[in-house]
Design a protein around this ligand. Structure first.
Ligand code: FSO
Ligand code: SF4
Length: 428
C-alpha cells in the first residue's frame, strides 16, 4: 500500500505497511482499485458528454464511490469488493451510454477495410479515443487538401458511416499507443492527441503536436473549443507525406447488429461442429515483452475457432488473415475498449442462442491489462460473474496476494502462461 492522504501518515511521508489510522493494506489497495475503475467510468462519461449524453445514475455512483475513499470513511474490505462490483455494473451503463452516443451520432458501424500507410500530400494524424474530436477535425479539414489518418484507438472510427463518408479520412498510420514516438517522428504530419495514451513528445515533433479535450502535454499547443485552426495551419506548413505501398489492410467496425445478423449461421456451424470455440482476446497493448503472448496465442489457435477482439490489444494480431468459416469471419474487431459493451452484448446473445449460461458456453476471455481504465472493464466482467478468464501480460500492481486469492477463488481468474499450453487447457 501507499497512502499519504492525511497528516497522521507514517513518518510524515506515507503509510506503506498499515495505516496509522488502522487502514489495512488490502483496504488501501481496494480503494486504489475502486479509484482506477471510477477513472475508467469517467473517461467513458466524458466522451459521452462530448456528444451530449449523460446518465445521472452513474454520476450518483461516482459521488458515492469517491466519497468512500476519503480519509476515515470506510475501512471494510468486503464492502470495497462490493463497490468494485457496483463500479463494474456502472461501467456497463457508461459503456452503453457511449455506444448509444456513437451510434446515434455517427450511425451503426459496419465492417470496413482500412489501409495502413500514407498517401502523397499534407497530413494530420489523430490518436486517442474521441470520435467527436475526429469529426470536428474532419469537418474543418474538408476541402483543404489535408488528409487525415487515425492512429491507435481511433482505428474503429472508420467503421462509422458518418465518419468514413469523409473522403480525406485516408487510413491508419502506426499501431498501438506506445509506438507513437517512433511513428510521429517518421511522418511530417501535424498530430492531434484526443484522449489518454498520449506520451510526452520527442523534440522532433513537439512543435507539430496538439492536444484537445482532456489531453494536455507540457509545451504542446492545446486546441480550445475544437477549433483546429492551429493544427491545420501547421499541417499546411509541413512537407508532404509520401506514397507508401499500403499493402496492409485492417478490418474494423463489427457492430452488434452485423454479428447478430449472422446468429442463425453461427448456430448452424456450431451444431455441425465447424465452430468449436469463441475467444474474446482484447484489452490494452503494452510494450512489455510478455505481451508477445497474444500474438502467439492467436497464431496458434486451431482453424475452427472465432476470435472477437477490441481495444489496442488487437494490434498484436489484427494484421493476420484468419479467413472465415463459411462466411463467418474468424477475426472480428468490435472497436475501442469501450466497445467491450458490444462483446458483452454478443456473449449474452450467444447465451440466448444456445440456451446456455454464459459460463457454460464454449467461450474464453483472454484479457490484456495495461492501465487504470481497464480495471473498470475487468470489474464489469466480474460483476457479470464471468468465470475462468485469463489475464496478462502481468497481474495488475494493485492486486496483492489476498486480493488475488479472492479473484482466483471466486472467479477462477488465471494469469496467462504459455500460449500453446493455455490453448490446450481452454479447449480441453
Ligand atoms: Fe489502449 Fe490506452 Fe483503449 Fe486503454 S489506447 S490502453 S485501457 O487507453 O483504452 O485500448
Ligand atoms: Fe495513513 Fe490512514 Fe492517513 Fe492514509 S488515511 S495516510 S493510511 S493514516
Amino acid at each position: 500500500m501507499f497512502c499519504y492522504q492525511c497528516s497522521q501518515t507514517a513518518f510524515e511521508t506515507g503509510c506503506t505497511v498499515k495505516g496509522v489510522c488502522g487502514k489495512e493494506a488490502t483496504v488501501a489497495r481496494l480503494q486504489d482499485n475502486l479509484l482506477f475503475s471510477m477513472k475508467g467510468i469517467s473517461a467513458y462519461l466524458y466522451h459521452s458528454r462530448e456528444l451530449g449524453y449523460t446518465d445521472p445514475e452513474v454520476d450518483q455512483f461516482l459521488e458515492k464511490g469517491f466519497y468512500s475513499t476519503l480519509t476515515n470513511v470506510n475501512f471494510d474490505p468486503a464492502e470495497f469488493v462490493e463497490l468494485a462490483k457496483e463500479s463494474g455494473m456502472m461501467n456497463i451503463k457508461a459503456m452503453q451510454l457511449l455506444k448509444k452516443a456513437h451510434i446515434e451520432t455517427y450511425g451503426e458501424p459496419t465492417p470496413t477495410e482500412v489501409k495502413v500507410g500514407s498517401v502523397k500530400g499534407k497530413g494530420i494524424i489523430a490518436t486517442g479515443h474521441s470520435l467527436k474530436a475526429l469529426e470536428e477535425l474532419l469537418k474543418q479539414t474538408e476541402g483543404t487538401g489535408i488528409n487525415v489518418y487515425t492512429h491507435s484507438e481511433l482505428l474503429p472510427a472508420h467503421g462509422y458511416p458518418e465518419l468514413r463518408k469523409y473522403k480525406h479520412l485516408k487510413g491508419q498510420i502506426g499501431g498501438p499507443w506506445f509506438d507513437q514516438k517512433k511513428t510521429f517522428s517518421n511522418y511530417p504530419a501535424a498530430i492531434v492527441g484526443t484522449s489518454n495514451c498520449v506520451l510526452i513528445p520527442k523534440d522532433d515533433y513537439k512543435e507539430r503536436m496538439f492536444t484537445v479535450g482532456v489531453a494536455q502535454l507540457p509545451g504542446v499547443t492545446h486546441i480550445e473549443d475544437y477549433d483546429f485552426t492551429p493544427a491545420i495551419e501547421m499541417a499546411k506548413s509541413l512537407p508532404d507525406l509520401e506514397d507508401e505501398p499500403r499493402d496492409t489492410v485492417l478490418t474494423t467496425g463489427f457492430g452488434a447488429s452485423t454479428i447478430l445478423a449472422l446468429a442463425g449461421k453461427i448456430k448452424e456451424l456450431v451444431l455441425a461442429g465447424k465452430i468449436k470455440h469463441f475467444f474474446v482476446v482484447g484489452g490494452c497493448d503494452s510494450p512489455k515483452p510478455q505481451a508477445k503472448y497474444y500474438t502467439e496465442f492467436v497464431k496458434n489457435l486451431p482453424e475452427d475457432v472465432i476470435v472477437l477482439t477490441l481495444a489496442c490489444g488487437k494490434y498484436r494480431f489484427n494484421d493476420m488473415d484468419l479467413g472465415n468459416i463459411e462466411g463467418v469471419p474468424r477475426l472480428i474487431d468490435l472497436g475501442q475498449c469501450n466497445d467491450a459493451i458490444v462483446g458483452i452484448d454478443v456473449v449474452v446473445a450467444l447465451s440466448d442462442l444456445f440456451e446456455m449460461e454464459i459460463n457454460d458456453l464454449p467461450l474464453t476471455f483472454v484479457l490484456s491489462w495495461m492501465e487504470q481504465k481497464a480495471a473498470a472493464i475487468l470489474w464489469s466482467l466480474l460483476a457479470l460473474d464471468i468465470q475462468n478468464m485469463y489475464l496478462g501480460p502481468i497481474v495488475p500492481g494493485w492486486v496483492n496476494d489476498e486480493i488475488l486469492k479472492v479473484l482466483v477463488d471466486n472467479y477462477g481468474l488465471t494469469p496467462i502462461g504459455d500460449p500453446k499450453e493455455d490453448i490446450k487447457k481452454m479447449l480441453g
